[in-house]
Ligand binder design. Structure first.
Ligand code: ATP
Ligand code: MG
Length: 417
């Protein structure tokens, strides 16, 4: 039988997991300093949640969802993103009656049936934040500043923030009419996808990758030029706040984001490096979503960041990430000392030391070779003599230097060296 991982999925192998853990821990650490708390939500939800929460008109709901009927005949969908599930959990568990704003973060896998490409998978990983209960531009700025700090701590450079405002229910409809009117006579000159978007999601045409260089798209009217006074003021305050924090950004009227529920602020962090899928992180404000999913009207702002793309970017910027680390010590033993070796090994581990011993009944020589291959930092040989005298000779593998130690001092010595 030829068993392979499904198309669009990938194994994250032991050589890669230290980098993943590092990125995830760095993210958690930054989130914690901003008082965002972790939430974990189910991998699948009722299909309706995503239809309503992501939006029926989006590419995700139209073509990309993994939807199936469970054995009880209910329609379920593997989450294509994190926000809808987090909002559902927030409402269902009464977090909406906790002090406002509620600040939540998540690290989760998502599923989208997409055409594969570099940085584009069918199962991928996202890290994201949601801030519920503040409509102030300072909340938008805080979300963005969290990302700046995260990228800075990872050592990431050359990553550009683009921001835009896509208005609110007050100013959006009139603008959309105008956009459709402008596009209608020339829509047949755009790609098939855009023709498809014309009725259901015309704003999405503005950030179409295929038509990006088309003059029709370049010259299209932008929401940014047609904001109501409240939205205009909100956007100006956000820009002022970002200036105040000292962040560089570019205002780009063509950034619109794919999801239906965005209003006002939208932003993307984009890498300069060719070869990777440009957008590492996308976010914005979605003041209408919580109400759409059955809650009280509650303003919200957040983002989602693709972990695969972030790691690709870190690699292409030659940022050194943690790699697999060998044990602190390997204990070489003989058939009549193996049990004692196992006991000492356990004690060392109990003392927070990463210790290994002989699990394969290897010969003395084979154990020495193995300790070298797994890059143990130290090595001791535990024979009858060592057990009797309770003294061992600790060998540093990097230069072969040996020191004599009481067995009882082993843990302490390794910890301090
Ligand atoms: P794109 O325009 O690249 O399709 P998107 O707008 O669909 O992205 P979002 O829904 O905003 O993406 O998801 C947030 C982030 O998740 C993206 O910026 C990207 O880094 C990552 N992402 C989205 N889809 C995929 C995928 N199929 N494979 C890997 N990462 C993805
Ligand atoms: Mg997409």
């Amino acid at each position: 039988m030829d068993l392979k991982a499904p198309r669009g999925t990938r194994d994250i192998l032991p050589v890669e997991t230290p980098a993943w853990q590092y990125v995830e821990q760095s993210f958690s650490s930054v989130c914690d300093r901003f008082s965002f708390q972790e939430i974990r939500v189910p991998t699948f939800e009722q299909t309706e949640l995503f239809q309503r929460g992501v939006g029926d008109t989006t590419d995700i709901v139209q073509k990309e969802m993994y939807t199936f009927e469970d054995k009880g005949g209910r329609s379920m969908t593997l989450r294509p993103e994190g926000t809808a599930g987090v909002v559902r959990a927030y409402l269902e568990n009464g977090l909406s009656s906790e002090p406002s704003p509620q600040k939540l973060y998540y690290i989760l896998n998502s599923f989208r049936y997409e055409k594969m490409g570099k940085g584009r998978y069918r199962e991928f990983n996202q890290m994201g934040c949601e801030l519920f209960g503040s409509e102030e531009p300072t909340a938008d700025a805080e979300i963005i500043s969290l990302l700046f700090l995260f990228f800075r701590e990872l050592g990431l450079k050359e990553i550009n923030l683009k921001i835009n405002s896509i208005g609110c229910p007050k100013c959006k409809p009139a603008y959309l009419d105008q956009l459709r009117e402008y596009l209608r006579p020339q829509i047949h000159e755009l790609c098939e996808n855009c023709q498809d978007r014309f009725e259901r999601n015309p704003m999405r045409i503005l950030d179409c990758k295929e038509d990006a260089e088309n003059e029709i798209v370049k010259n299209a009217p932008l929401q940014l030029e047609h904001l109501c006074s409240e939205c205009e003021e909100h956007f100006a305050s956000l820009c002022a706040e970002l200036d105040n924090l000292g962040f560089q950004y570019e205002i780009d009227g063509h950034i619109v984001r794919g999801l239906d529920y965005y209003s006002r602020t939208v932003f993307e962090f984009i890498s300069n490096n060719v070869g990777t899928q440009g957008t590492i992180c996308g976010g914005g404000r979605y003041d209408g979503l919580i109400e759409e999913l059955g809650g009280l009207p509650t303003p919200a702002v957040g983002f989602a960041l693709g972990v695969e793309r972030l790691l690709m970017e870190l690699n292409s910027q030659n940022i050194v990430l943690p790699s697999v680390k060998g044990p602190d010590i390997y204990i070489v033993s003989f058939p009549d000392t193996i049990n004692q070796a196992a006991k000492i090994c356990f004690e060392l581990r109990n003392n927070k030391i990463k210790a290994e011993n002989n699990l394969n009944a290897r010969s003395f020589r084979a154990q020495m070779k193995y300790a070298d291959r797994i890059q143990a930092k130290y090595l001791v040989v535990l024979g009858e003599d060592e057990l009797k005298t309770e003294k061992v000779s600790l060998k540093r593998m990097s230069d072969g230097e040996e020191i004599e130690l009481d067995l009882a001092d082993l843990a302490e010595y390794i910890k301090n060296n």
